[in-house]
Design a protein around this ligand. Structure first.
Ligand code: CP
Ligand code: NVA
Length: 303
């Protein structure tokens, strides 16, 4: 059987995605009850990081340990990858030693090349274009808080970045409407927008986009690798801060999510982020652990 990768959400079928989310919810309960098994005994996850991380690193490493396996942190700073060894060679060598690999890098094309040469499943732990693991956690959180997102309206406010692209994929897979509000010049990938035009609408006014929303989400204005644009972006995104006045335009029981790390006072107000009657960001962060365990189980054990 061909090895399965998880480079974008679209690598799963909608049904498989639903299964992973349900399993994540179950694994969370099992962990709390102390009844979780150790199905990854002797399995080793390689974690290649070319960008910083707190949540992704810790959730994968802890998740692997909790399920009886182990994880190796491989920074490009101290591997030969960082000294120019071709990605294809790294993929062929590492995948003969490891059982599963996750990669956080810049160009999405790099992870595709790695996957093409890998004998074992490869997971996208964030590229410049997509962050599908975060979407597993976000969907799990919505399902836990409010139920099936099918038919709901989700509003993305901010940069048309990797997270926004993964929300577009999620809209198609979970069958929800997606309103995207970004300033001109910060739109998501036009091809991805065009391919999903039936359920995705682009707005310039965040207040118009948030009307009727059941789920509101934002992210930093300058992603990793764009630090030198921080100042310019702060100006271009003025008016895009999600706060209580913005949430007041959404549906009454709307939830707020943010993948974190958050910049209080920029894309989100400190008061909203801390208001746990609306903001579910801490559950969302925790769910990275459970959702990725379910994903690894699916990829490693075919279930
Ligand atoms: N949300 C997220 O991926 O966080 P880290 O960058 O800390 O991994
Ligand atoms: N868009 C952000 C997400 C961080 C988890 C970035 O790429 O830096």
């Amino acid at each position: 059987m061909a090895v399965r990768h998880f480079l974008t959400l679209r690598d799963l079928t909608p049904e498989e995605l639903r299964g992973v989310i349900q399993r994540a919810i179950q694994l969370k309960t099992e962990l709390r009850q102390g009844t979780a098994g150790e199905p990854f005994k002797n399995k080793v996850l390689g974690m290649i990081f070319e960008k910083s991380s707190t949540r992704t690193r810790v959730s994968f490493e802890a998740g692997m340990a909790q399920m009886g396996g182990s994880a190796l942190f491989l920074s490009s700073r101290d591997t030969q990858l960082g000294r120019g060894e071709p990605i294809e060679d790294s993929a062929r060598v590492l995948s003969r030693m490891l059982d599963i690999v996750m990669i956080r890098t810049f160009e999405h094309e790099k992870i595709e090349r790695f996957a093409r040469h890998s004998r074992v499943p490869v997971i996208n732990a964030l590229t410049d274009d997509y962050h599908p693991c975060q979407l597993l956690a976000d969907i799990q959180t919505y399902v836990e808080q409010r139920g099936d997102p099918k038919g709901k309206t989700v509003t993305w406010i901010g940069d048309g970045n990797n997270m926004c692209h993964s929300y577009i994929n999620a809209a198609a897979m979970c069958d929800f409407r997606l309103n995207i509000a970004c300033p001109e010049g910060f739109d998501p990938n036009p091809q991805l927008l065009a391919d999903n035009a039936a359920r995705v609408t682009l707005f310039r006014d965040p207040r118009a986009a948030v009307k009727g929303a059941d789920w509101v989400v934002t992210d930093v204005w300058a992603s990793m690798g764009q630090e030198d644009q921080q100042r310019e972006r702060e100006q271009k995104f003025s008016g895009f801060c999600v706060d209580h006045s913005m949430m007041a335009l959404a549906n009454k029981d709307a939830v707020f999510m943010h993948c974190l790390p958050a910049h209080r006072g920029e894309e989100v107000s400190a008061e909203l982020l801390e208001d746990e009657t609306i903001s579910v960001v801490w559950d969302e962060a925790e769910n990275r652990l459970h959702a990725q365990k379910a994903l690894m189980e699916f990829l490693l054990l075919n279930r």
